[in-house]
Design a protein around this ligand. Sequence first.
Ligand code: ASP
Length: 332
Amino acid sequence: MNRKKFITRAALAALFAGAATPVSAAGKRRKKKQNPESRAGGPMSIATWKHGMEATAEAMRVMQEGKSALDAAEAGVRVTEADKTNTSVGLGGFPDREGIVTLDASIMEGSGRCGSVSFVQGIDHPITLARKVMEDTPHVMLTGRGAEMFAQSLGMVKHPNTLTEVSRKAWENWLKEKQYKPIINIENHDTIGLLALDQNGKLAGCCTTSGLAFKMHGRVGDSPIIGAGLFCDEEVGAATCTGLGETVLRTLASHTAVELMRHGATAQEAAEEAIHRIVKKHSNFKDFQVGILVITKTGEHGAFGLHKGFNYALHQHNSHRLIDAAYYSQAK
Ligand code: ASP
């Protein structure tokens, strides 16, 4: 075997064996990149954006009662779903082009059990409906009318499509120009993705959203798609995404991040590589935002935004903080 081949093989072997210190193509050992805010240990809850503060507080409260990461993650994002002032999660969300609020949500455990709902209207807690799909049906995903019928069969109320005052005004404003640009910027996104690790080392995650503001009627984003908006595997860790869902769907960013960790990347390296893949596949990356959160099964974390502005809430080791994520480019 010549030297070049040997070095390439050694580098690949190190990466895929999950070696603690990877070998670069030049044969040198390089230090693994960690998030400076990351310190292993559970219980922990971590969630996208500022509204993640209330959600992670609730998730931690639930885990401190001795409940599971699954219960905690669901309870955490229910707080965000119930907040009618939140314009991109739950029924307070901005509507689609037709003035209708449609909701997407997914839930997943480290065991691989998962459930999701998409294109659901009038339901207060799509995350709880997603959990019911996981627990009470043989399916992973229900959509639209079928998901709503299932909700009603469980006694959940289906509300008529009434927009909040803020959403109505924003929609009426949008109607003036009807400019259809599926662009996510700092003003029009806020999906909550929350990952939890409990005292027993169990992992779970939730992702729930009203999706892209003024989207086409019927559009479904990444949030309810397992592997795109959310992925958990107790052998490795978990990831969740926020931002322009189409770009996350094209790269299955959450699954990608978890697989990168399986093959030796740290949580931070996995988060950064998932965003780099989105950049590589989208020459218009300056026009949209994406953020990703990644945790390992031991409670280390990584976070990365495509652009400046992505922040996340972290509740761990008796500290509860909102942290600005590192990012790829300042181009926005
Ligand atoms: N990812 C969500 C979607 O594309 C939106 C968001 O995160 O703001 O539906």
